[in-house]
Design a protein around this ligand. Structure first.
Ligand code: GLN
Length: 477
């Protein structure tokens, strides 16, 4: 019985705990046991935590005394990406730079999850500093996709995705700067949400691109993703960019939804069978009475180059703090300048180094007008185009990725890896919420692989995404 408990959804586990079908301890043992058995192969976790006996007992007591009133996450084992601080634990962002950095406080979302009674199985592997789309670029080894171990789980939240998909936790938290929750969710058959910018506090996250980053859930079902989102959302005095509940106005939508599709963006670069799954999913929604209509988003063709100017600019600024003086990897040379250079050269891997160079270049005087300011202006135009489209439609749909999970090494040229994000980056550039849900499977080399459909909604309309997501998965929320 115990190994099956880890396969439950959060909703079903919460029900089972309340019905006394099993205990918090048994649920923990099931997840931690799976993690211990399978992690040596998958490398989904960088560290498995010891059972927190106090937290397990407290969660059990709360369920026993509060019953249905206890938070849904009470006693639920979760996986946390290694760039989300948990007081007393190492948070390395899968970089040598922070290999020995131990968090001295909880991220706001960690605190909220603890307050809800959630338990943490461990910290999950990721692309270094969340830069990447495959989780091949961790300083501590790649993560295998549990569905096909010859393929990547996607990234940068690949460890969180692999942990949830392989039942090494009931759900996971990731971060998404350009697609790092949604793309790995699509590649592992999960639901992944990038919330509205500012819906979730960034306090205690290791920053990549501050105007783009949001933490969010990777979950087995839309209902589970909603539970996790509801637990972590909310304004936070520690993050001035969080939106207050007052400005967070849910958008009213009717029983039947209008779904906009930018068909002009899907004409090339998309695998034929992924396109077929997408068309079938839209057809099913149409048959259920929802309306599919074409929208044009001309500037979206430039979203990827815009993202790869803005994100490195912000990354280069955020990574400037790792200088070998304050915290993180510290090397000592003959002069102070040597200290900086050696610490940073030894601490950062190839991709962070590339982005620091790129970001410094696009921000440098003489080039800032040609690159950064142009990209920033294009970002505004992108937002206006989406806002205009949302006057006619409730959500905008396209496939999450052009292809299913790819083989290790297949996208070793940086630009071919960057193309993985072609559909996902716009939601980060515009601050709009976006959700990936499974939309059926395709075959590669005799293996059945999942694919994802991606929905974007107007700012603050995260709830509409759960509604459309549940329509696709057939869940009732
Ligand atoms: N793959 C994108 C990048 O490399 C997105 C990363 C992310 O969302 N953290 O920047």
């Amino acid at each position: 019985m115990t190994s099956n408990l880890a396969e439950l959804s959060i909703v079903d586990a919460a029900k089972g705990l309340r019905a006394k079908e099993f205990t918090v301890r048994e649920l923990w043992d099931a997840c931690a046991g799976n993690a211990k058995a399978r992690n040596p192969e998958l490398n989904a976790y960088l560290e498995l935590f010891d059972a927190d006996e106090g937290a397990i007992a407290a969660a059990q007591k709360r369920i026993d005394t509060e019953g249905a009133r206890a938070p849904m996450l009470c006693g639920i084992p979760l996986a946390m990406k290694d760039n989300i601080l948990i007081d007393g634990h190492i948070a390395s962002a899968a970089s040598k730079m922070l290999e020995n950095y131990r968090a001295t406080y909880d991220a706001t979302i960690t605190k909220k999850l603890k307050d809800a009674g959630a338990l943490f199985v461990g910290r999950t592997n990721m692309d270094e500093f969340a830069m990447g789309s495959s989780t091949e670029h961790s300083a501590f080894g790649k993560v295998l996709n549990p569905i096909d171990p010859t393929r990547v789980p996607g990234g940068s939240s690949g460890g969180s995705a692999a942990a949830a998909a392989a039942h090494l936790a009931l759900g996971a938290l990731g971060t998404d700067t350009g697609g790092s929750i949604r793309q790995p969710a699509a590649h592992t058959g999960l639901v992944g949400l990038k919330p509205t910018y500012g819906a979730v506090s960034r306090s205690g996250l290791i920053a990549l691109g501050s105007s783009l980053d949001q933490a969010g859930p990777l979950a087995k079902t839309v209902a589970d993703a909603k539970i996790l989102f509801d637990a972590i959302r909310g304004s936070d005095p520690l993050d001035a960019t969080t939106i207050t509940d007052a400005t967070y106005t849910p958008r009213p939508v009717g029983e039947k939804l209008t779904i906009g599709v930018p068909f002009h963006l899907l004409e090339s670069g998309l695998d034929a069978d992924v396109r077929a799954r997408f068309d079938e999913t839209l057809k099913t929604l149409e048959n259920e009475g929802h309306t599919i209509t074409e929208v044009t988003l001309p500037t979206s063709a430039y979203a990827l180059p815009v993202y790869y100017v803005i994100m490195p600019a912000e990354a280069s600024t955020n990574l400037a703090r790792y200088d070998g003086m304050r915290y993180g990897h510290a090397a000592r040379g003959k002069t102070l300048l040597d200290d900086y250079i050696q610490s940073r050269t030894e601490g950062f891997g190839e991709e962070p180094t590339r982005r620091i160079l790129l970001g410094t270049f696009v921000l440098s005087s003489g080039y800032i007008d040609a690159y950064y300011r142009k990209a920033d202006a294009a970002r505004r135009v992108l937002t206006e185009e989406y806002d205009a489209a949302f006057k006619q439609v409730d959500v905008i749909a396209f496939p999450t990725t052009p292809s299913p999970a790819f083989k290790f090494g297949e996208k070793s040229a940086p630009v071919s890896m960057y193309l993985e994000d072609i559909f996902t980056v716009t939601a980060n550039l515009t601050g709009m919420p976006a959700l990936s849900v499974p939309m059926g499977t395709v075959e590669r080399d005799g293996v059945t692989l999942p694919t994802g459909i991606h929905f974007t909604a107007p700012k603050g309309a995260d709830d509409v995404l759960f509604k459309i997501g549940a329509l696709v998965t057939g869940e009732t929320l």
